[in-house]
Design a protein around this ligand. Structure first.
Ligand code: SF4
Length: 360
């Protein structure tokens, strides 16, 4: 039996015994498959699962999602991160609902052309919903193939994508593309894992080049490690007659269209924050500081400190610098957690400071 056929058959046999039962598996509705795939981009299954249930319950069809207000969609997405996915989801739902009269595209090229859908997601939807023979290639697949075939090509190079995509396509079972894709993804996620893969019980162990040559821990190879840039945010949390102030992040930047408190971005956290803020504290007002909060994104590490500023009654507006508060909306503090979507770092701060801010 040739190597490719052996790999495919062993994988499908493993899948028959070990596949993880998940609500989108075996699903044929391309809308629900698409929803699950967008939710699972850069997200662990355990984390994405409740969001899948929430979205399919609130928006059972693409028309329901298309007709929802964007703020509502972002609110439902809150806590999942990478909010561009939610905006693209909403945009694409409108496109399918309005332009395509609700009919989901059924060719690889047309699925791939949807906003927010890359090669991987298009192959997953095409194979799961329409039995089209397109192999998926994600981190799990790179790892399994690099180890099994002992491939040293660094997977973060443009060349690797071509090479691994061609190999993945050759291995795909054209008679069962959906099952095969699901099998290799599950195998990578639960068996040939990044740390401590289950080699002793692996059905591929006798043919696995990485195991034979003791390279399991060094494959897949990478040419560099990603450098993360630090960003420092000083959030001003005004407290004024039971209200506070927020604004929408409209710039093309992280957290676009989410809400936040007025904020100063600084090159580093200042040694003396009170001095940094002195012009923004009104006469007779006071300020308290939170501990530093950190959130790690793909290319960024954000550190934020929240400065709760008490404004006394009848604060004269000429006693402090109003610039950071320009363009903000005044809302009751109790509405912060209800109606608007905020980045996870703010949500975490709000949960910890709920009592002092009288939020609930
Ligand atoms: S033997 Fe180990 S490294 Fe090789 S495919 Fe199996 S789990 Fe992965």
């Amino acid at each position: 039996m040739n190597e490719h056929l052996f790999f495919r058959e062993q994988l499908l046999a493993w899948f028959a015994q070990h596949h993880r039962p998940l609500p989108w598996k075996g699903e044929r509705d391309p809308y629900k498959i698409w929803l699950s795939e967008i939710i699972l981009q850069q997200t662990r299954v355990e984390q994405g699962l409740p969001y899948y249930h929430r979205f399919t319950a609130r928006y059972p069809t693409v028309h329901h999602l298309a007709n929802a207000p964007e703020d509502e969609v972002l609110k439902l997405w809150e806590g999942l991160g990478y909010y561009a996915r939610a905006r693209n989801l909403h945009f694409t739902a409108k496109y399918i609902s309005d332009q395509l009269k609700g009919k989901f595209p059924d060719t690889f090229a047309n699925i791939r052309a949807l906003k927010g859908v890359g090669d991987y997601t298009a192959a997953a939807i095409a194979s799961f919903a329409f039995d089209l023979p397109h192999a998926v290639l994600d981190g799990n697949v790179y790892r399994v193939l690099a180890r099994y075939f002992g491939n040293e090509t660094p997977i973060d190079t443009p060349h690797a994508k071509k090479e691994f995509a061609a190999l993945a396509q050759q291995l795909l079972d054209p008679a069962r593309p959906g099952d095969y894709n699901q099998a290799i993804m599950d195998f990578g996620a639960t068996h040939c894992t990044p740390q401590q893969p289950k080699c002793p019980s692996c059905p591929l162990q006798n043919h696995c080049v990485a195991l034979r040559t003791r390279r399991v821990s060094t494959l897949p190879a990478k040419s560099r490690t990603l450098e993360k840039k630090d960003r420092f945010f000083l959030y001003l949390v005004p407290q004024f007659q039971g209200d506070t102030f927020v604004r929408k992040r409209t710039d093309k930047d992280i957290w676009q269209n989410l809400w936040e408190f007025p904020m100063l971005e600084l090159p580093a956290l200042p040694k003396n924050i009170e001095e940094e803020l002195s012009s923004m504290i009104p006469k007779g007002g006071s300020v308290r500081f939170s501990r530093p909060y950190r959130q790690t994104l793909t290319h960024r590490v954000v550190t934020a400190i929240f400065c709760e500023i008490d404004f006394p009654e009848n604060t004269p507006s000429d006693t402090f610098d109003r610039a950071p508060f320009e363009g903000c909306t005044r809302i009751p503090k109790t509405n912060l957690k209800k109606n608007i979507a905020m980045p996870r770092i703010i949500d975490q701060y709000l949960r910890e400071s709920a009592l002092s801010l009288s939020l609930f």
